[in-house]
Design a protein. Sequence first.
Length: 366
Amino acid sequence: MAEKDLMAPRQARDYPERSRRMAKLLEKSKARVRRLRPNEVVEGIVISKKKDELILDIGAKAEGLVSGNELEDEAETFKKIKEGDRVLATVLQAEDNQGFVLLSLRKAEPERDWRRLERMFEKEEVIEVEVVGPNKGGVVVRFGSQRGFIPFSHLSLKNKMAANAGKLIGETLAVKLIELERQVGRIVLSEREALTERQRQEEIAKITKVKVGEIFEGEITSITPFGVFVKFDSLEGMVHISELAWEKVSDPKKLFKIGDGLKVQVIEVNEKEGRILLSHKRTLPNPWEKVAEKYLVGAKVKGKVTKITDFGAFVELEPGIEGLIHVTETTGPLAEGDEVEARVIKVDPKNQKLALSLKAIGAGWR
């Protein structure tokens, strides 16, 4: 009797503990029986790696299998991982006839790269990217499966010159992320932000030694629709299309070629962005300086219509000198290319303006 009394409390004590263990096992079992869907990204632990296959524990009823082409990605993940590593994979098929969940490393690469970028952005780490080509205002780079953009203003001085000359493609750059927006796929990077303090000071020293107004003999390294880039004194600057000549330039390639020597004047130095703006036309005689002597009010002139606007027509009298025939001073419709004879009615050399009139051609003009 006494023995039964001693056993009863022990059983009572054991029962709650067994219940708790059973509940945990059931809970774990339910967690493991998860329903996977195609294209879902899962994280798994490598439990087996063979020559042409990978088996992962993905926390499901069945193990995951990666094989064949699905092992291949740009980052060569399969070559780098080992048993015990964690890796992301994309579900291809919930379960095949051998009881495996079929997975892909290749299809999960974009997700892996985004997660890496997010971690690096948060920690402000320096990363390496490969330049794949130029883009308006900068260069396109590759980080694994993702493409990013480095603005020209965020390239180092050395690589800015190489990019303008088309020699940066295929090069690897050390950069920092400065903008990352996953929803719109926006990745903006900066090489200048990744420079050491010493490198930054060296760049600033190079730029600050150049002063606005200085004139240099340079060499054209690149030609674009909006201007040309010129190398001078171990630096490089841009000459905007409006600063190439006193006359209007429609296509810089018609006037210059890469390798041409070009005399330039410094018109702007931006230390913060590492930008130097140059002018070629300001090294040439300014035709407007003699306009008041050459085109007297009342004089008859001949020219060609170069542009039609809502308020009138522009007429080129000589390279670099255009006058405006206001719509109120015309005698009929005009078209680009028309040869016209007009009378000068106003001259303003300071603001580089010259007013013409067709109406005033008549003998009654005063």
